[in-house]
Design a protein around this ligand. Structure first.
Ligand code: PAF
Length: 276
């Protein structure tokens, strides 16, 4: 993979690149979940581009930006193995040379759930993602379904601001026991790891209830709750607006928990169209 660290270099390297250009923005510490998304981007696009940037503006003051795992050499090896054409890996100074400035506010969607627990988080995400879109100019951008609200927020931003590209939602990759892959899983001790899987198993129970015909959001949430876990939120929502789901679906069960000081999120899609 060719690694570029400046905006100017990246623009030159991608000028005239075969299209479609596919782009997967990440914060690095790449694991099998990222690799699955990246392979899909590689398979579907003539040019495959990734970015690794631990974006300071999406971390709250109490969140540990300094402790976020960083291993660019390992990320480059993984991306090279997949045949990725270009990696954009800028410094914070390169991305924000003049310090804090313009930010993207997409409205109330950014204040619900993750946004309520992490004020300002989605302004930071939208701002950096829009900057990355302007730098890479992709035709398709890939986002993980695991970060369901991030996906909804980015789709909304793209629609509201007429961003001319296709947002592709990539399926959640799970460990054999069901736990969604996340760089945060590495911080879980064995006991917490065993408790954490209750998050995903609960959501699967909610999905089974849906498949058995349950449509009442409150009952679906009850079916999904693991009494041993400390939930930040557990809700049944419309996947695009995160408001109450319509009777015709689709819906999303979303949850965030804290296990041993680690915050984990997961979700399952409830699709009436497929299973009605
Ligand atoms: O999902 C992430 O890793 C980040 O939020 C993203 C989209 C790379 C923006 O910094």
């Amino acid at each position: 993979v060719k690694t570029c660290t400046t905006v100017a270099e990246t623009r030159i390297a991608l000028a005239g690149a075969p299209r479609p250009v596919g782009f997967f923005p990440t914060m690095g510490a790449l694991h099998d979940g990222h690799a699955t998304v990246m392979r899909r981007c590689r398979a579907e696009c003539a040019t495959a581009v990734a970015s690794v940037f631990v974006n300071p503006t999406q971390f709250g003051p109490a969140e540990d930006l300094a402790k976020y795992p960083r291993d660019l050499a390992a990320d480059e090896r993984l991306l090279s193995g997949i045949g990725v054409d270009l990696l954009f890996a800028p410094s914070a100074r390169e991305m924000y040379p003049d310090g804090p400035g313009a930010t993207i506010d997409i409205g109330p969607l950014a204040t619900l759930y993750e946004g309520a627990s992490r004020p300002g988080h989605f302004a930071g995400v939208c701002t950096v993602v829009l900057k990355l879109f302007h730098i890479v100019a992709p035709n398709r951008a890939y986002f993980a379904r695991k970060d369901a609200q991030q996906l909804a927020v980015i789709r909304r931003m793209a629609r509201d601001l007429d961003v001319d590209l296709e947002i592709v939602a990539a399926e959640t990759v799970r460990d054999a026991d069901g736990l969604a892959l996340s760089s945060r899983n590495a911080h879980l001790g064995p006991e917490d790891r065993a408790r954490a899987v209750g998050l995903s198993h609960g959501l699967f129970r909610g999905r089974s209830a849906w498949e058995a015909g349950e449509r009442d959001p409150a009952r679906l949430v009850e079916a999904a709750r693991d009494p041993a876990l400390d939930y930040d939120y557990l809700a049944c929502v419309d996947p695009a607006t995160l408001a109450a789901p319509g009777p015709a679906g689709p819906a999303l069960l979303i949850a965030a928990v804290r296990v041993g000081g680690i915050r984990l999120i997961d979700n399952v899609f409830l699709d009436l169209g497929e299973r009605a």
